[in-house]
Design a protein around this ligand. Structure first.
Ligand SMILES: Cc1cc2nc3c(=O)[nH]c(=O)nc-3n(C[C@H](O)[C@H](O)[C@H](O)COP(=O)(O)OP(=O)(O)OC[C@H]3O[C@@H](n4cnc5c(N)ncnc54)[C@H](O)[C@@H]3O)c2cc1C
Ligand SMILES: NC(=O)c1ccc[n+]([C@@H]2O[C@H](COP(=O)([O-])OP(=O)(O)OC[C@H]3O[C@@H](n4cnc5c(N)ncnc54)[C@H](O)[C@@H]3O)[C@@H](O)[C@H]2O)c1
Length: 455
């Protein structure tokens, strides 16, 4: 049955779900189109299940730190409770029935199926035409970007989807890509007894973060028995009954029962008919202004906009798009302080610019740096205390434009730094306040004291 609505939201991950709910709450008639599950990648194959895995692996790591600090324990990892928890608690067996009910009772008309823009303010789903008086919101997210490596296509390689649904930890695993997905999952499986190798084409792990973070992770990974191959890509992949053989560009070969491809994400704007809405289908992402407007009667939010593939960015953009559609005004999008946390152990949290990005932007940069393990709390903490705080100051203005917090609870410590960067709190004021003793976040104070000229 065709339909006329105020707004059609295409894709109901964290971005689209938020916009659709907010608009319906405000009294607009809204159709939400979803090809798979309401909640998107984050709820079913991304953030939530992977963080349950990280939590379980973290418990094992803490137990292994008991000797020398608190006696002895016998650690016998078991994958079954992890996948049971993901299945039962996180994903309801990869069913969104309960969410769908909630969504519809909130007033959103749910249309299941793969939608495509077929004209101005028009989306077609399995032959059913949905028209939108005010416009369309694109929130279709991304899918894994599989590199064109000789022999890879057609093999049973894993993506994040297989990794978070597996019923057992593999005996051995090659992880292609040492970004957020690769590093988090590599460490998880290694802690459950899988023999893990990580292959990262860039010269270090987490290449988008400060270099010190990649160096730290490589050291921690090596200590936990993972092997990282950096600065080298994959030349060839073969698969047979024994598993995968991956040949590196320098001729070395790696073998494993499983291969996880974690080399980034891609959009497919042609598949959603973006040109019908006046958008460039060949672009990597949908370009939006600071109110999430992509074209007349078209808004886009979340990963599809390419402004940082994080759930909190999708949700933030969703709120702005909803306000714009409702004519409510309010602050425009501001990406100066996009926070991100890679949930390895140590966690790597960062915000704003890296030192290099700040220098490339022509800023007069001063850097502050302090080790967590040399702080009072780090010393007390003992095993597992590796980490650092790095501050990037725009010296001319005397404010932080970026910061990294790596260490135990590194993502939580980041909170204070996000407030400082977002609100341009002068570093002189940050230096003259109290930091609770003995917390991990006191390392921020140590790092402030090392800003050039303030040692
Ligand atoms: C392993 C992993 C771990 C992650 N961990 C974190 C984390 O800890 N913290 C964090 O902030 N982020 C994390 N992310 C990133 C996070 O999952 C994404 O940033 C977030 O899901 C983006 O939300 P979105 O709404 O833009 O897109 P998505 O969540 O991808 O949702 C898009 C939805 O649109 C639907 N769709 C697509 N095309 C169509 C169509 N044509 N018709 C109908 N429906 C369509 C899809 O089925 C999907 O449900 C992780 C990602 C991965 C892969
Ligand atoms: N904790 C979090 O917030 C979290 C966790 C996981 C994912 N995510 C989001 O999901 C997105 C996708 O994560 P991802 O890790 O897949 O992407 P990514 O872009 O973060 O990392 C991919 C890595 O693969 C490397 N690479 C690319 N091609 C390669 C090749 N052929 N051989 C070897 N290495 C190669 C890249 O250099 C890069 O370091 C990220 O942008 C991130 O925003 C967030």
């Amino acid at each position: 049955m065709d339909g006329m609505y105020d707004v059609v939201v295409l894709g109901l991950g964290p971005g689209g779900e938020g916009v659709a709910g907010r608009l319906a709450e405000a009294g607009l008639s809204v159709a939400g189109v979803e090809a798979r599950l309401i909640g998107g990648e984050c709820a079913y194959w991304g953030c939530v299940p992977s963080k349950m895995m990280v939590r379980a692996a973290g418990l094992l790591a803490e137990a292994r730190r008991v000797p020398g600090m608190a006696g002895s324990v016998r650690v016998s990892p078991k994958w079954a409770p992890v996948i049971d928890r993901i299945t039962g608690e996180a994903t309801d067996g990869w069913s969104d029935d309960a969410k769908a009910e909630h969504f519809e009772s909130a007033g959103v008309h749910l249309v299941r199926g793969r939608g495509r823009i077929t004209g101005p303010r028009e989306v077609t789903v399995d032959g059913r035409v949905l028209r939108a008086r005010r416009g369309i919101v694109l929130a279709t997210g991304t899918s894994p970007d599989i590199p064109p490596i000789d022999g890879l296509e057609g093999t049973p390689y894993w993506t994040n989807r297989n990794a978070v649904t597996t019923r057992q930890a593999p005996e051995s695993l090659i992880v292609l890509g040492g970004g957020a997905v690769g590093c988090e999952l590599a460490q998880v499986f290694a802690r459950f007894g899988t023999r893990v190798s990580v292959v990262e084409a860039a010269d270090r792990l987490l290449p988008q973060a400060e270099p010190e973070a990649g160096v730290l992770l490589a050291r921690v990974f090596a200590g936990e028995g993972l092997t990282a191959y950096t600065g080298v890509g994959a030349a060839r992949v073969r698969h047979d009954d024994a598993g995968f053989t991956l040949t590196l560009e320098d001729g070395r070969t790696l073998h494993a029962t499983r291969l996880l491809v974690a080399t980034g994400r891609r959009t497919d704007l042609a598949a959603i008919g973006a040109a019908e809405a006046g958008l460039d289908e060949s672009a990597r992402f949908v370009a939006v202004d600071d109110r999430m407007r992509a074209a007349d009667g078209v808004w886009a939010v979340g990963d599809v906009t390419g402004r940082g593939a994080y759930t909190h960015v999708a949700v933030y953009q969703g709120r702005i798009a909803a306000r714009d559609i409702l004519g409510e005004g309010g602050p425009a999008a501001d990406y100066r302080a996009v926070p991100r946390v890679t949930f390895t152990d140590p966690e790597v949290g960062s915000v704003g610019l890296t030192e290099r990005e700040a220098r490339e932007a022509g800023l007069d940069v001063r850097v502050g740096f302090a080790h967590v393990d040399e702080s009072a709390r780090g010393w007390i903490h003992g095993a597992g205390h590796e980490g650092f705080v790095k501050l990037v100051e725009d010296a001319r203005r005397g404010v932080l434009v970026g910061a990294t917090s790596a260490g135990p609870a590194g993502g939580e410590v980041l909170g204070a730094l996000v407030v400082a960067v977002q609100n341009e709190i002068p570093t002189t004021r940050l230096r003259h306040m109290m930091y609770t003793y003995p917390t991990f976040h006191r390392t921020i104070e140590d790092a402030l004291e090392t800003l050039d000229g303030h040692v």
